[in-house]
Design a protein around this ligand. Structure first.
Ligand SMILES: [Zn+2]
Length: 84
């Protein structure tokens, strides 16, 4: 299990506030929980069911082999100096 901090928005008053849950590191399972919208943070004191769902996205990058003539990574075309 891993502790995860996330933010949720109250469906009654729209206040965004923090929550903490344990997440199963293998399958990403997180338990539902009943919380109270925090009146001390300006919330409405109503009960809310949190049903967190864990999703992870990843950026992808190409591997580019540097040429022997130019051992420094090539600059993008829009950042090159204009040639005289
Ligand atoms: Zn609320």
């Amino acid at each position: 299990m891993t502790n995860l901090r996330y933010r949720w928005t109250c469906p009654h008053c729209g206040l965004e506030q923090p929550a903490y849950s344990e997440v199963d590191a293998i399958d990403g399972w997180m338990d539902k929980q009943v919380v109270v919208c925090d009146v001390d943070m300006g919330g409405c004191d109503q009960y809310v069911v949190l049903a967190p769902k864990l999703t992870i996205t990843a950026k992808t990058y190409k591997l580019v082999e540097a040429s022997a003539d130019d051992p420094v990574a090539p600059q993008p075309a829009n950042q090159q100096e204009p040639q005289p």
